[in-house]
Design a protein around this ligand. Structure first.
Ligand code: SF4
Length: 285
């Protein structure tokens, strides 16, 4: 037998076992994710966060003070913040502590037309903390944004949403099967939350990560564009090209990055997707 004849089945076996290992590690992560739903929220006035940071242009308008909460009930295959998945890995802080930090940047972010964004992880896993933080920022005149998958939208009270100037709503796929494959969870709670935000007239930016082979089917994008067009409160759709920049984080955390072999979308695919949103009268950037 020639070397090439021998190497081919060995390579296939290696691919099979890598795929199996990936599948097993993803299944384990998703069991972990379900456990996050049972985590008790810390006492009133405090929460668990991973960090805070300043960002420009990606987490809402202007320069943002972004608070990354810890704990998430999803395990998206492309997640670039795996360090925020488990509440027990975060650090406990009070709302007062965060506000003291925000105050240090207040002038800077106000002049730059920005505000405060609560992101994660999933901020609605800690609705009391998130709600109080949004209320304190909102009452003090800062623009507020909530970055959420919407999966726990039922946990957001109307009062919390009234203190939220903008919701960054991640609709990861419009195909229920594709959504489950990507996140391990059901799509319906997110769509229900989107409709509720529309009924309440809260401004929304939808975020959609474009992943070749996972979210790029014509029907999927078309369905999402049609759905968004019916809402009436969506100011824009951010089409976020998938990237592999988080691969190093996964390696440091001893995790397998499940999409290591997937390439970012090319210009032609991005143009096609933007054209699909435009065809439904939806602004995408
Ligand atoms: S919802 Fe966000 S933080 Fe949670 S797994 Fe998905 S991408 Fe990561």
């Amino acid at each position: 037998m020639r070397d090439s004849q021998l190497n081919e089945p060995i390579a296939r076996l290696r691919q099979d076992s890598i795929a199996r290992l990936r599948h097993e590690s993803t299944a384990r992560l998703r069991r972990d994710a379900a456990a996050e739903l049972c985590q008790a929220e810390p006492a009133a006035g405090s929460g668990v966060i991973e960090s805070w940071d300043l960002s420009v242009g990606v987490d809402g308008p202007g320069t943002r003070f972004v608070v990354f909460t810890c704990g998430c009930p999803l395990r998206c295959l492309y997640c670039h913040n795996p360090e925020t998945w488990r509440m027990r890995d975060g650090r406990r802080v009070t709302v007062d502590e965060v506000m003291t930090e925000v105050d240090g940047y207040r002038r800077f972010i106000s002049v730059a037309g920005g505000g405060v964004t609560v992101s994660g992880g999933e901020p609605l896993l800690q609705p009391r903390f998130t709600g109080e933080l949004l209320r304190r920022c909102h009452e003090s005149g800062l623009h507020t944004a909530l970055d959420t998958s919407g999966f726990l939208g039922d946990r957001a009270s109307d009062a919390l949403l009234a203190d939220t100037d903008l919701v960054l709503l991640d609709i990861k796929s419009y195909d229920p099967k594709g959504y489950r494959r990507l996140t391990g969870a059901s799509l319906e709670p997110t769509l229900r939350f989107a409709r509720r935000l529309a009924d309440l007239g809260r401004p929304v930016w939808v975020r959609f990560v474009l992943v070749p082979g996972l979210t790029d089917e014509v029907e999927n994008v078309d369905g999402l564009a049609r759905f968004v067009a019916t809402l009436g409160n969506v100011e824009r759709v951010d089409v976020l090209p998938f990237h592999r920049m988080a691969a190093g984080k996964y390696a440091r955390l001893g995790l397998t990055f499940p999409l290591a072999d997937v390439r970012p979308p090319d210009r032609a695919l991005l143009d096609r997707v933007h054209a699909q949103f435009a065809a439904h009268g939806v602004t995408s950037v």
